[in-house]
Design a protein around this ligand. Structure first.
Ligand code: SF4
Length: 237
């Protein structure tokens, strides 16, 4: 059994009730929600997304709005200048190219075609597109966020300096049908056990498989109260 399959099997036992349930939400909604979620918590990015939905009639309205109104709506989630500019510019470019602000046409395209299509927009990278593919189109993909990147590299599944490189190294090695499941398991595991600071190596079911050079230093860490975010934003869009 290869290491990825061992990790999946052990984490499924660790989190027995965890089932990945991608929604079938509007792809443009999910894309923008994911852009808002960069470098912040699920809670604040969800508030920012809800603010946009309340303060604007539709995405055309956001496209035509004064940028200050967009900034005010999303201020809670940080990187306000960058996120508001990226979202408005993307909407302008999409309107020009597709004539309407809808990404429903992507449902008929393959994953590689969708990556190619959306990577042209500033602020939209592999993780953002992968989240949209999973949470809106129900595709079996492997979004790599900061938790997935950290845990994958500590375990030795990847050897990469940034999440996009971890994605490139792992996306074709994960068994078919298990990519989104592994993503969900690693996020939960990264938040509860293999935390960025003070990982709980002493209670880790993956200890024997792990290649993290400092794991022995943390082998006594097993009883700190784990901090968990309130929810995973994209399951609620
Ligand atoms: S042993 Fe420690 S570093 Fe390795 S996966 Fe477990 S918690 Fe993470």
């Amino acid at each position: 059994m290869n290491k990825i399959t061992q990790v999946i099997n052990l984490l499924k036992k660790e989190f027995p009730g965890l089932k990945p349930v991608p929604s079938k939400s509007d792809p443009l909604d999910v894309l923008i929600a994911t852009m808002l979620s960069q470098n912040t918590t699920d809670k604040t990015s969800y508030i920012a997304f809800e603010n946009l939905k309340v303060n604007f009639k539709n995405w055309d309205d956001v496209m035509n709005a004064p940028i200050t109104k967009i900034k005010d709506s999303i201020r809670v989630c940080g990187l306000t200048n960058q996120k508001s500019a990226s979202i408005q510019m993307m909407l302008l470019q999409m309107k020009k190219k597709y004539k309407r602000l809808s990404l429903e046409f992507l449902r008929g395209k393959s994953d590689p075609e969708i990556y190619d299509e959306l990577l042209q927009y500033n602020g939209v990278g592999y993780k953002t597109i992968s989240c949209m593919l999973a949470f809106s189109l129900g595709r079996d993909v492997f979004p790599v966020d900061t938790h997935v990147h950290r845990v994958s590299n500590r375990l030795g599944l990847a050897a990469a300096s940034i999440p996009d490189k971890t994605f490139a190294q792992l996306k074709d090695s994960i068994p078919k049908g298990k990519k989104f499941l592994l993503h969900t398991l690693l996020i939960r595991f990264g938040r509860k056990i293999c935390r960025s600071k003070n990982p709980l190596c002493g209670k880790c079911v993956l200890y024997a498989l792990c290649e993290f050079k400092d794991k022995e230093l943390y082998a006594g860490s097993n009883n700190a109260e784990p901090k968990e975010n309130n929810f995973i934003i994209l399951e609620h869009i």
